[in-house]
Design a protein around this ligand. Structure first.
Ligand SMILES: Nc1ncnc2c1ncn2[C@@H]1O[C@H](COP(=O)(O)OP(=O)(O)OP(=O)(O)O)[C@@H](O)[C@H]1O
Length: 312
């Protein structure tokens, strides 16, 4: 388990992480979402014992990140931002080096090395220096070192950054497969990643924790939650007909593709009435969809005040 209490980091007079408290249990993948400079990497560095908190506390598997940093490093696998250090080494040398540092030996060491090399499909580049690898391969070498000792806790700073769509899919599958018996925290800018792998997500901006909820709960905060979207052959007639439904609050037309979105009044289920009107008026409609909510819109509305601070 990971637990933070009022965790804070100041750089001089600037507060990068501001009294952040949360818990993560085994079996949970927690997504850390936030705009650039939100404080995600700083929080992760404190959780992994690489940065000392200015105040507050954090513990990982019961070990205090300040007083027991060594024990924390033993139970944690950490993928920092960017490429792995020691770029002059080949992935084979680098992973052998990490295995030695982690104290892996004998058949277990061999098995773990083969396992991570296979899982991250590193065979083809094992003997090429890390500096000369593509961004995606560098990221995969970083991931391989993070999971090599089969840690109880994984802290992954933008694990899919630089990966192509196939590799992203593969790494998300890997994270999901490991999630059953590990505590996993990932940071990401990619909202689809939150729905794909995270049980819970924390939104952070300006160093402050602004939301802590499941992706579905976050989506439910969207103004699109329970709205109905559709594309009609005759947009104007469809809009007119739909506006006569009593539970409709407003209707918007997307200027790009003329898609109509029908917003209900609070707590009104509008879909049955919309379907009935389509049938009754014989409207030619494609892509009728009940919206669960849009994470990007929720993310923007939650973080907007902090984005302005940054821009000013
Ligand atoms: N060593 C440092 N000295 C001073 N300020 C720092 C230092 N490291 C980070 N910061 C600042 O702290 C804030 C949080 O940075 P952090 O890297 O944690 O953000 P982030 O959410 O990970 O951003 P990104 O998504 O861009 O990686 C930023 O304003 C950053 O400039």
């Amino acid at each position: 388990m990971i637990e933070t209490l009022e965790l804070t980091k100041c750089y001089g007079g600037f507060t990068a992480v501001d009294h952040v408290s949360f818990r993560v249990e085994p079996g949970e993948v927690l997504g850390f979402l936030g705009p650039n400079g939100a404080g995600k990497s700083t929080t992760m560095k404190m959780l992994t014992g690489f940065l000392t908190p200015s105040s507050g506390s954090a513990s990982v598997c019961g070990f205090d990140v300040q007083k027991q940093a060594l024990q924390v490093k033993q139970v944690v696998g950490y993928l920092p931002e960017g490429a792995p250090s020691y770029g002059e080494m080949t992935p084979r040398q680098f992973l052998e080096f990490i295995a030695a540092i982690r104290g892996l030996s004998g058949a277990y060491r061999k098995r773990r090395l083969n396992d991570v090399i296979g899982r991250l499909e590193l065979e083809a580049v094992l003997d090429q220096s890390i500096d000369t690898l593509s961004k995606g391969f560098k990221r995969r070498v970083g991931l391989a070192q993070a999971i090599l000792h089969d840690p109880e806790v994984l802290i992954l700073d933008e694990p899919t950054d630089g990966l192509d769509p196939n590799q992203k899919h593969q790494v998300r599958g890997l994270i999901n497969a490991m999630a059953r018996n590990k505590v996993i925290v990932i940071s990401t800018h990619i909202l689809e990643e939150v729905s794909a792998v995270c049980k819970r997500s924390i939104i952070i901006a300006g160093g402050k924790l602004l939301a802590d909820a499941t992706p579905a709960e976050l989506a439910a905060r969207s103004r699109y939650h329970m709205a109905v979207s559709l594309t009609a052959e005759d947009t104007a007639s469809a809009r007119q007909a739909l506006s006569e439904i009593s539970g409709v609050a407003s209707i918007e037309v997307d200027p790009q593709d003329s898609r109509l979105t029908v917003f209900p009044l609070p707590n009104v289920e509008i879909l049955p009435a919309v379907s009935a009107v389509i049938d009754r008026k014989n409207l030619k409609v494609s892509e009728l969809q009940l919206e669960s909510g849009r994470l990007d819109e929720v993310f923007r509305s939650i973080t907007a005040p902090y984005q302005k601070e940054v821009l000013l």
